[in-house]
Design a protein around this ligand. Structure first.
Ligand code: KIV
Ligand code: ZN
Length: 387
């Protein structure tokens, strides 16, 4: 059966936890509108109790966004929940996201709470939040390092108190896809109300597995994915939502999942975040990097000219990126150079390429990319003009 996957974007909350990133309220509103255009189901606009600025930003996003659900983050405390109630008051669609850590290291070293005290806090906070919000999302922070049996008890406690979305955070990016799958299978067996709620995941990228872990969870019962655009976030960041969306699209045969994402808006969304966060996207970044649709080696360029399916599983047009390029360098072949010359208006044939190609090779040996100007220079040398 086809699964419907929800996208929960936390670029404005966890994403803003990136060192050096501080979006203005105006930027947050613009980002939220773009996230709505991209098609996310829920926007985590901030942590209202954290500062006046965060409170105002959540209020402004709540007022600006039309169809997308807006949430604020709250610790399992009344004051945090009250701040979320006020900050999301103007939202057309809203929920709250309540969290408390459940792992031994967090319980003992950070919270100084016993297992029982944490459970009590879950019951009190979720019950309190449910008075104000129809949808209460609960996160057992550091879930993947929590004792499995205790994690299930904590989750069932939250469901009993009124949570209808359970988010499983891999807070420190500790788990791997196979283990995450096993955790989901364990939870399905040991949480009596597993099928009555939505399961979400929130993966961090400390070991570079955030997207893979998110996808593994979809295969094992999660129907909501949390992450950020360009994978920005605390430390090594969060799951890059544009990568999850592209994987679900390209591998629909495998995941059999639908979502509300309008992939054509992907590049525009990524560019906006990169600009406002002042974080250039690495050239080799999947889906949105400058090299994602560029092919340099002769064998690849030859394949691309014969049939783009040889080396592209996703077209740039699909994600709103610029056309595929075949930059000419020392590994490029004569076929690609001839195609480029034709595109520039030079009518050269294979015979003429025998003269042109060695000059090109010589140039390519001394520069990283042979530019159009370089090619014009070569053509001048052999006295060939545009036809
Ligand atoms: O990484 C994390 O555990 C979080 C929670 C607040 C969900 O960001
Ligand atoms: Zn996080």
């Amino acid at each position: 059966m086809t699964k419907q996957i929800q996208f929960f974007d936390t670029t404005l909350r966890d994403g803003e936890q990136t060192i050096g990133v501080n979006f203005s309220i105006e930027e947050k509103v613009e980002i939220a509108k773009q996230l709505e255009a991209w098609g996310v189901d829920c926007i985590e606009a901030g942590f209202p109790v954290a500062s006046e600025g965060d409170f105002e930003a959540v209020s402004a996003v709540a007022a600006a966004v039309k169809h997308t659900c807006v949430t604020g983050l709250a610790r399992a405390r009344k004051g945090d929940i009250d701040a979320c109630v006020k900050a999301t008051a103007q939202a057309a669609h809203k929920q709250i996201h309540v969290f408390i850590a459940t792992s031994p290291v967090h319980r003992e070293s950070k919270l100084h709470m016993t297992k029982e005290q944490v459970l009590e806090s879950i019951t009190d906070s979720v019950t309190y939040a449910h008075q104000f919000f129809d949808i209460v999302e609960f996160s057992p922070e550091d879930a993947t390092r929590t004792e499995h049996d205790y994690l299930c008890t904590a989750i069932q406690t939250a469901i009993d108190a009124g949570a209808s979305v359970i988010n499983i955070p891999d807070t420190v990016g500790y788990t791997n896809p196979a283990e995450f799958a096993e955790l989901f299978q364990y939870m399905q067996k040991h949480i009596p109300s597993f099928d009555d709620v939505t399961f979400s995941v929130h993966c961090h990228d400390d070991l570079g597995m955030a997207v893979a872990n998110s996808l593994a969870s979809i295969e094992n019962g999660a129907t909501r994915i949390e992450g950020t655009i360009n994978g920005i976030g605390e430390r090594a960041g969060n799951a890059a939502l544009e990568e999850v969306a592209a994987a679900l699209y390209v591998r629909k045969d495998y995941y059999n999942a639908e979502d509300n994402i309008d992939l054509k808006e992907t590049k525009m969304t990524s560019d906006m975040i990169s600009n406002y966060a002042n974080m250039p996207v690495p050239r080799n970044k999947a889906v949105v990097g400058a090299n994602a649709f560029a092919h340099e080696s002769g064998i690849h360029q030859d394949g691309m000219l014969k049939n783009p399916n040889t080396y592209e599983i996703l077209t740039p047009e699909t994600v709103g990126a610029n056309k595929t390029t075949l930059p000419l360098g020392k590994l490029s072949g004569s076929h690609a150079v001839m195609a480029k010359l034709h595109a520039m208006g030079f009518k050269v044939d294979r015979e003429e390429m025998k003269e042109i190609f060695p000059i090109f090779k010589d140039k390519a040996d001394h520069t990283s990319i042979v530019s159009e100007d370089d090619l014009r220079e070569i053509m001048k040398q052999i006295k060939k003009v545009v036809a």
